[in-house]
Design a protein around this ligand. Structure first.
Ligand SMILES: [Zn+2]
Length: 587
């Protein structure tokens, strides 16, 4: 038989072996081959025995070696195999639950906003809620405005603006335009004066308690009937700093008899005492949420307000009322169930306590689900998008277990992360009669462009004590992707063995190994911060010592590594020693 035919059949066997986890199905190969090549049907018997011969050989190869050889002898076939995988992945994404259609959404004329409050660090659940807006904006070819609802000068801090933007960008929750509500402070004052003129607003000097009880009892105060000129004068006095916090507020002329409490002359602007960190001078009066939000919704032409949690029809009535007063079109309101991450604290107050008591190292501690924390930890940034697309949106809150977050992140990291061996708790093992001096493995079988890991084989190896505990004299072990060894003797700090062939099927156990050329190191292992809902786990930071294969020195600090059978990790190398942490454990 010709060399060409030989090669052709070998490719078919290798491709099939890849499909069946290293064990080619001879009958299937023959059927496919004869189907493709009618000219070979007369030699079916010879072809069959050739397939059988090649299949036996291929069975002794590791999956990595199969991929390697395919890349060499049939790069196109191997590429198309990868493309097939990619197509499959895309199809999976397409099959994910479509988000519900939004009312009156017009392609190209769709504007939504994220409106974070820059008074705390954002966490994953919040990030996901923002991301929903981005997903819709992409669907309707619209745009997203990032609007900082920063109208409480006592609480907002510059660092939170930065953290929120960094977190959103990392999640892929990008935006097309960015504004701060505080940038519009002068306009808020102008609108307020205009609305006092139009009898929409009045200045009320009742104390807070009285305002509250009057609203509950549907009682109007006498400030409501003051003239425009008196109200304007009072507002000027508010602006000139004559009143202290709480001594005067601007209220909407609503409907004091409305069944909807929110409509009973709600407060619109209030006096503050703190300098706003983003403004260059002191502004004594700030709009409250409803006024600020309605004005900017109108101003920016927001078509859809998409938000998590119950927005509430009561609040919606007020928003609509205000936007109509501006002469704007009331946006469509769409609310969906919030994404709550379970098993780890998400409340700002709880996290602040953990930071202040030193239980965590800061807001970016790798055990926290703040966006800074999970970014530093090394989760795949598309994890949130994947969860949203798989869970879909419902009207009820979606509880997402931390384990689910990890599983999705692993699913995304697996195809791209660089693979190396790490041997925790190492024990030395001598291997006699090694038939090879040098050995190479791909850094990732699907990514030849990542390059290879090189090993000098001298006969000195290390395995993990966790794996060798059950070794007996005479045990046959496979050093993963390398060869088989037979155990000769075992002591507490040294095992001796000898080369025992290459038959991949002969040895049941396949173990990770490293050679004497290793880099020692230590990994931090994050565990769940909470034992139960209100109980902090005091041992949420474990340690793992061990040896890394020396090829790992080509990895950068930003690389996500897969330490086979141990987990995903991020590392850095300093003075010949590795430190780092586990992102996700394998089991
Ligand atoms: Zn009053």
């Amino acid at each position: 038989m010709s060399d060409d035919l030989n090669k052709f059949i070998r490719i078919q066997v290798l491709l099939n072996a890849k499909l069946f986890n290293g064990n080619p199905n001879e009958k299937a190969i023959l059927g496919k081959l004869l189907g493709k090549r009618a000219d070979l049907r007369s030699q079916a018997k010879e072809i069959q025995s050739l397939i059988s011969e090649i299949a036996t050989d291929v069975r002794s190869l590791s999956l990595e070696q199969i991929s390697d050889e395919l890349l060499k002898i049939a790069p196109d076939a191997e590429k198309s195999d990868q493309q097939r995988k990619k197509k499959k992945a895309i199809k999976r994404i397409e099959q994910k639950k479509e988000l519900p259609e939004l009312k009156n959404a017009v392609k190209g004329k769709f504007i939504v906003r994220y409106a974070p409050d820059p008074s705390k660090y954002p966490h994953l659940g919040q990030g996901m809620n923002f991301l929903v807006n981005r997903i819709y904006a992409d669907k309707y070819e619209g745009k997203v405005i990032l609007r900082f609802d920063d109208t409480n000068p006592a609480m907002v801090k510059k660092k939170y603006y930065v953290a929120i933007k960094e977190g959103l960008l990392w999640l892929g929750a990008t935006w097309d335009e960015e504004i701060n509500a505080s940038d519009f402070i002068d306009e808020f004052y102008d609108v307020t004066k205009e609305w006092i003129n139009k009898l929409f607003f009045y200045v009320c000097k009742c104390d807070g308690e009285l305002v509250k009880t009057n609203r509950e009892a549907s009682i109007s105060c006498n400030h409501r009937t003051h003239s425009v000129s008196k109200n304007l004068k009072e507002f000027d006095r508010m602006l000139s700093g004559e009143y202290q916090v709480g001594e005067a507020i601007v209220r909407l002329v609503g409907d004091m008899t409305s069944d909807n409490m929110v409509m009973r002359d709600p407060p619109m602007l209030r006096i503050v005492s703190d300098q706003h960190p983003m403004l260059d001078k002191f502004y004594p009066v700030f709009p409250m949420y409803d006024f600020e939000s309605a004005f900017l919704e109108y101003k920016m032409g927001i078509t859809h307000v998409i938000r998590s949690g119950e927005f509430g029809t009561m609040r919606q009535e007020l928003q609509s009322n205000l936007i109509s007063k501006f002469g704007g079109k009331v946006p469509e309101f769409f609310s969906f169930g919030r994404f709550n991450i379970q098993g780890t604290p998400t409340k700002g107050r709880v996290i602040r306590e953990l930071v202040e008591t030193g239980i965590v190292s800061g807001w970016d501690d790798i055990r926290l689900v703040t966006l800074a924390g999970i970014k530093k930890r090394g989760l795949h940034p598309d994890t949130a998008r994947l969860i949203i697309q798989e869970a879909g949106l419902t009207s009820k809150n979606t509880q997402v277990a931390w384990q689910t977050v990890e599983a999705k992140s692993k699913e995304l990291l697996e195809p791209i992360s660089k693979r190396f061996f790490f041997i925790p708790n190492p024990i030395r093992i001598k291997v006699e009669n090694s038939p090879v001096n040098e050995f190479e493995l791909p850094i990732h079988p699907d990514h030849p462009e990542y390059g290879n890991r090189k090993f000098d084989i001298t006969g000195d190896f290390y395995l993990s004590k966790d794996d060798t505990a059950k070794f007996k004299e005479g045990s046959l072990i496979r050093l993963k992707d390398l060869f088989n060894i037979k155990i000769k003797s075992i002591t507490s700090n040294l095992i001796t063995s000898e080369y025992a062939g290459d038959d991949i099927k002969a040895a049941k156990k396949k173990l990770q190994w490293i050679t004497a050329d290793f880099i020692p190191g230590n990994l931090v292992v994050p565990e769940l911060l909470q034992k139960s809902k209100n109980e902090i786990n005091p041992e949420s930071l474990g340690q793992m010592d061990g040896y890394f294969e020396s090829s790992i020195s080509i990895a950068t600090e930003d690389d996500i590594l897969q330490l086979e059978r141990v987990g995903y990790a991020k590392i850095k190398i300093r003075n010949g020693k590795i430190t780092g942490h586990i992102i996700h454990k394998h089991f």
